[in-house]
Write a protein of this length. Structure first.
Length: 269
């Protein structure tokens, strides 16, 4: 008994420290360190300049509301621009929002929130402020898929607005398309406006496509022009879908195709 009392006298402080350390570690593990964080925050609060936690949360909420307001203002401006554009168009179109667009086919097609219940059908033409966007190729009850003019398989009969020179526009997976002329020496120059031609069977005539950016008259087998699209394909959010019946002839299959056909007089020899 005397030996135990003597041992306790010598090692009481060490034993107490070990027990305190073990119990503290167990408590910290049980609450994932929350008590330690709260104790640190309570001790250092007088030394920390600035706002309380409540003020920080309140400021974060106000900042979120401000950002939401900015986004709503931008959406409202986009809809106003679309309404102004819609008022300049002949006939009745269907306004649609872009609800689907994959990163791996960004320049190929888009999914719209209008379908057969809203009167949309394959072959209808899609435009946006600036000009042609593409054409509807598939429809469900409430959605539709549009092939973009920037898709490499897309073909659009086109003409130079100034000189009436004809050609065919094909996509190349970016916001620029290539126009192949039917003439060997076309009357075209940089800055000329290009629109859909009256011979195009899959698009109505005189819809803006873009402006000629550069020319390559030595290109074989036909001269080519690089055209910058006037429609905002990279940031497209809203479009107008126009009813249109493709002008198919008896010798052309009626199955949907991504290539815009041209009239016989438009084809190269």
């Amino acid at each position: 008994m005397f030996a135990l009392r003597r041992w306790w006298t010598r090692h009481a402080l060490t034993t107490g420290m070990v027990a305190l350390a073990v119990s503290s570690a167990w408590v910290l593990r049980a609450n994932d360190g929350a008590l330690l964080y709260e104790a640190y925050h309570w001790v250092t609060r007088p030394l920390q300049p600035g706002m309380s936690r409540e003020q920080q949360f309140e400021n974060s909420y106000i900042l979120e509301l401000q950002q939401r307001i900015v986004e709503l203002e931008n959406q409202n401006q986009a809809l106003q621009d679309l309404s102004a554009y819609e008022n300049t168009l002949p006939g009745d179109g269907v306004r649609a929002a872009v609800i689907g667009r994959g990163a791996d086919h960004w320049w190929q097609h888009i999914v719209l929130n209008r379908g057969s219940r809203q009167g949309v059908a394959p072959g209808h033409v899609v435009t946006a402020p600036g000009g042609v966007v593409g054409r509807v190729v598939a429809v469900s009850a409430n959605t539709s898929r549009a092939l973009l003019v920037s898709d490499p398989t897309s073909r659009v009969g086109a003409k130079v607005s100034r000189s009436r020179v004809m050609g065919v526009v094909r996509g190349q997976s970016n916001n620029r398309v290539v126009m192949e002329f039917f003439e060997k020496l076309p009357d075209a120059k940089a800055g000329d406006v290009v629109v859909t031609s009256s011979y195009s069977r899959l698009y109505p005539r005189d819809v803006p496509i873009g402006r000629i950016e550069s020319l390559d008259l030595t290109k074989s087998p036909a001269p080519e022009a690089t055209i910058q699209l006037s429609s905002p394909l990279p940031i497209l959010e809203w479009v107008i879908i126009h009813p249109f019946e493709p002008l198919e002839s008896v010798d052309i299959p009626t199955l949907p195709t991504s290539e815009d056909q041209v009239a016989p007089s438009e084809a190269r020899p």
